[in-house]
Design a protein around this ligand. Structure first.
Ligand SMILES: NC(=O)c1ccc[n+]([C@@H]2O[C@H](COP(=O)([O-])OP(=O)(O)OC[C@H]3O[C@@H](n4cnc5c(N)ncnc54)[C@H](OP(=O)(O)O)[C@@H]3O)[C@@H](O)[C@H]2O)c1
Length: 328
C-alpha cells in the first residue's frame, strides 16, 4: 500500500520539497492511522516548505501542522475506525510527519474529535492560525478586557490569525481597529468586522516608549517594532497578546509601558497548548465564527499546488487562509 505526500529532504546545499509516492511502511510510529482529507498551509508550513525558517527538526519530513481525516486503524481507546478527527500542532510537521499527505499516523493524545459544528473544510480553513486567534481572544477575555474598556487593535489583519481574530472580536462585541498593508484589503476586513483601519507602516518602525493610549487590548501576530508600538499605545492596565513574528522575532522596546501603565504581554502558544484551553478555543470558534465568513477567509488548493502556496505565504502573497484538499 502506498500514499502521496509532500516530502522535504535535506541536501548538501539545503533541501528539496517534492510530491512523492511513499510506502505505508514509511509512516512514523503512532497509535492512530488516519486517511487525511484536508490540511492547510500555515505560515509555519510555508517556512518548512520553502526552507526559510528552521521549522523542520527531523529529516526527511512531511510538512503540515494541521489535518482532518478519518481514522482507519486505532489502538487508542478514545478513537475507532470511522471517527473524524482533528489535529493542530504538537510538533507535527516539525518533528513528526504531518498533514500534507493522504495518510498520517499520530498519537491519539494529540487528536480531538472534529467539532460537530464544522465540516472538514471549515475546520481547515480555520486551522492553527484560526485556533490561535481564538486562544488570543480567550486570553484577552480571561484577563478581564471588555468591549466597554475600548477598542482592540489587531495587527497583520489580512493574515490567517488576524482575519479570524477580527471576526471573533466583532462577534464578542468589541470595536476592532485593523492594521493593513494594502488599501485593497479594506473591503475584506470590513466584511470580517473591522470598524477602523490603520496602515501597518504607522506601527512598523521605531517609536517612542510611551505613546498616546488608544487600545484596551491588542492581538498581535507580527512581533518586532509592530508589537512594541502596539504595547506603547495600549491603555493603562491593558493586555496585549503576542503569538507571531511576521515582521520579526525581535522585541526592540522598553519596559516603560509595563512598569508605568501596568500593561501586560500575554504569550500565546498553540503547539503544546493543553487540551482544556484547546477545546475552549474550538468552542469559541464553533459558537462565534460566522460560517459565511469562513468561505471568505479560506481558499482551496490541491496537494499538487500546496508547495507553491507555501512559498506564497512566506512571500506575503496570501490573504486569509489556504486549505488543502489532499485528494487532488
Ligand atoms: N504562537 C503560535 O502558536 C502561532 C500559531 C499560528 C501562527 N503563529 C504566527 O503568527 C504569525 C501570523 O500567522 P498567519 O498564519 O496569520 O500568517 P499570514 O497569513 O502570513 O499573515 C501574516 C500577516 O502579517 C502581516 N505582515 C507580514 N509581514 C509584515 C511586516 N514586515 N510588517 C508588518 N506586518 C507584516 C501581513 O499583513 P499585511 O497584509 O497587512 O501586510 C500578513 O497578512 C506568523 O509569524 C506565525 O508563525 C504563531
Amino acid at each position: 500500500m502506498t500514499f502521496t505526500a509532500i516530502l522535504i529532504e535535506k541536501t548538501e546545499g539545503g533541501q528539496t520539497t517534492e510530491l512523492k509516492q511513499l510506502e505505508d511502511s514509511a509512516l512514523p510510529e503512532g497509535d492512530v492511522t488516519i486517511d487525511v482529507s484536508f490540511s492547510t498551509i500555515n505560515y509555519k508550513d510555508g517556512l518548512a516548505i520553502s526552507g526559510t525558517g528552521p521549522v523542520v527538526r527531523r529529516w526527511p519530513m512531511v510538512p503540515g501542522i494541521d489535518l482532518v481525516g478519518t481514522v482507519s486503524e486505532s489502538s487508542y481507546d478514545e478513537f475507532k475506525p470511522g471517527d473524524v478527527v482533528l489535529l493542530n500542532g504538537w510538533g507535527v510537521g516539525e518533528v513528526h510527519w504531518g498533514g500534507l499527505s493522504t495518510k498520517a499516523r499520530l498519537k491519539g493524545d494529540w487528536l480531538i474529535k472534529l467539532p460537530s459544528g464544522f465540516t472538514p473544510q471549515q475546520a481547515m480553513a480555520i486551522g492553527t492560525a484560526g485556533y490561535t486567534a481564538a486562544l488570543s481572544v480567550d486570553a484577552l477575555v480571561k484577563a478581564g478586557v471588555t468591549p466597554a474598556d475600548g477598542p482592540i487593535l489587531v495587527t497583520g489583519t489580512p493574515g490567517g490569525v488576524g482575519s479570524v481574530a477580527t471576526a471573533l472580536l466583532k462577534a464578542a462585541g468589541f470595536t476592532v481597529v485593523a492594521s493593513y498593508g494594502d488599501e485593497s484589503e479594506k473591503e475584506y476586513l470590513t466584511k470580517l468586522g473591522a470598524d477602523e483601519f490603520i496602515h501597518r507602516d504607522t506601527l512598523s518602525g521605531p517609536g517612542k516608549p510611551l505613546q498616546k493610549e488608544l487600545y484596551a487590548g491588542v492581538v498581535d501576530s507580527v512581533g518586532s517594532h509592530t508589537l512594541v508600538n502596539a504595547v506603547a499605545q495600549t491603555k493603562y492596565r491593558g493586555y496585549v497578546t503576542a503569538c507571531g513574528l511576521a515582521q520579526g522575532a525581535d522585541l526592540p522596546g522598553t519596559v516603560m509601558p509595563l512598569i508605568l501603565r501596568g500593561v501586560s504581554i500575554l504569550g500565546i502558544d498553540s503547539v503544546m497548548c493543553p487540551k482544556g484551553p484547546r477545546m475552549a478555543a474550538w468552542d469559541r470558534l464553533d459558537k462565534d465564527l460566522d460560517r459565511g465568513l469562513i468561505s471568505e477567509i479560506g481558499t482551496e488548493v490541491g496537494l499538487t499546488e500546496a508547495i507553491q502556496a507555501g512559498h506564497d505565504i512566506v512571500a506575503g502573497k496570501i490573504r486569509g487562509r489556504v486549505l488543502v484538499d489532499v485528494s487532488r
